[in-house]
Design a binder for this molecule. Structure first.
Ligand SMILES: [Zn+2]
Ligand SMILES: [Zn+2]
Length: 76
């Protein structure tokens, strides 16, 4: 039998709770966490920053393309 996985949250000290199976695995960083730490916000997920950055870039590109269209209309 596979040994029980521990929550991989490390804050002030390593969390010693058993990690949840399947739902305890973070979709972003694929680490395993207990019920308290499984949400990206709750384990300070380092991949969340990437997601935020990606969303930011997408939004920026969208705004820029809209601005380009708007300026074309103005100058036409
Ligand atoms: Zn934990
Ligand atoms: Zn994570």
């Amino acid at each position: 039998m596979a040994p029980k996985k521990r929550c991989q949250f490390i804050g002030e000290q390593q969390c010693n709770q058993a990690a949840l199976r399947i739902v305890g695995q973070c979709a972003h960083c694929s680490s395993n966490f207990c019920a308290n730490h499984r949400l990206p916000e709750h384990h300070a997920c380092h991949k969340m920053e990437d997601c935020k950055q990606q969303a930011f870039n997408r939004n920026k590109a969208k705004l820029e393309s809209e601005r380009t269209v708007a300026s074309k209309i103005v100058t036409a």
